[in-house]
Design a protein around this ligand. Structure first.
Ligand SMILES: [Zn+2]
Length: 113
């Protein structure tokens, strides 16, 4: 489960932010997890409590925002829901597609004391 390592680095980043700001307790952290990021949100949720034990985040609340996947077509500029198996634009059939959403994995907000 590589989510343990991911959760650990999220917690480290949050701790560093809190320390830099002179805080010694984190109350909650918000994390964006894209549905196409390869990270299972449930697994992050599951190991969070164990990972934060003994850190500034112990007892804090984890708020996960799941971001559905989306792509934009370079040819017709249409943006549409997509997953890792989407190959062509549903509007014009082009293969020139870029992910616009769904690959996120980042901390967006943090509440400190
Ligand atoms: Zn298109």
């Amino acid at each position: 489960m590589h989510e343990v390592g991911i959760t650990r680095s999220l917690v480290e980043i949050a701790e560093e932010h809190a320390r830099t700001g002179g805080h010694n307790k984190v109350l909650s952290v918000s994390v964006d997890i894209g549905e196409l990021s390869g990270v299972v949100a449930e697994a992050v949720e599951f190991c969070f409590e164990a990972v934060v034990r003994g850190t500034l985040l112990e007892g804090s609340r984890l708020i996960i925002n799941r971001i559905p996947g989306a792509m934009r077509c370079r040819d017709c500029q249409q943006e549409f829901p997509a997953d890792n198996y989407t190959l062509e634009c549903p509007q014009c059939g082009s293969f020139m597609l870029d992910f616009t959403k769904g690959k996120e994995l980042q901390m967006t907000e943090m509440e400190v004391e």
